[in-house]
Design a binder for this molecule. Sequence first.
Ligand code: AHM
Ligand code: MG
Length: 335
Amino acid sequence: MARKNQTLGEFIIENQTSFKYTSGELSRLINSIRLAAKVVNHEVNKAGLVDIIGAVGGTNIQGEKQQKLDVYANEKFIHTLTNRNIVCGIASEEEEDFIAVNSQDENNQNKYIVLIDPLDGSSNIDVNVSVGTIFSIYRRVTPVGTPVQIEDFLQKGNKQVAAGYIIYGTSTMLVYTTGDGVNGFTLNPAIGSYYLSHPNMKFPENGTIYSVNEGNYIHFPQGIKDYIKYCQEEKGNRPYTSRYIGSLVSDFHRNIIKGGIYIYPKSSKNSNGKLRLLYECNPMAFLAEQANGKASDGFTRIMDIDPVELHQRVPFICGSKNMVCKAEEFMRATK
Ligand code: AHM
Ligand code: MG
């Protein structure tokens, strides 16, 4: 039972037995993610100082090369997950191909693979806007003890065993699900511990916020244009409020708390939209559904899409259930 203010460590231990594949492996994996997130958080928090202590591209006081934060975050997560030998494979939005972890070691009996977007929305860092890390965890489908294969990563979202995000915002939070609801933990930076601050998070069924990059309006499909006009119409609780940060984790986080819809549609410029099915859409869809929300590409449930490639993009509509249903209605009407 989730208790407000318990630490993430306590929560993981207490809930381990309620997880159906209990072996401690998943708990260790989530522990590693929270550890890497602390390191990345520390770095993100001093991003504004980079130009003061040494330009990106230069070297720091230890003679180490300074890196862009998305590269840094990628390395930190990959190192933490590989060094601790708790996964058998990793795929990252920052890497062209997947990584087989300790594939030569036949003692590697690990069952889980991780897909990660190490620093989503990183173009916002320069202007001090919240960014996030998104992760998604599956059980491998090929035999344990052999090198992972592409089919271990190309699984439908409905096979996820856990997913979550870290938001590096005014405070840093880790929000995740193992298929039994969504819980949010806030980092106390002075102590370095995460505390359960948002137990059992739920999207309000109806929201009044819509989040979409309206600068691309002219390129949107007719169904999305019509839905945006619907949001702006003066009727009942409309017009809705428009809020778009341009950082998926931040927009999602606001919408789950206040009620809203996030839309990144396909357009005449990008036939499949921009967001990645495996690193961004599936984990957010799992969280949304576990929080009583909904995620769709306009016609199909995101988690039912059969992935064909690692970096596949899909249109993404996600948020409060009734809002997503309404957007789908508009999409169907103009199909
Ligand atoms: P990224 O993975 O390159 O950071 O891109 C993903 C981000 C999302 O966080 C955000 O919602 C979207 O791109 C914003 O895109 P745009 O600037 O086209 O509106
Ligand atoms: Mg991204």
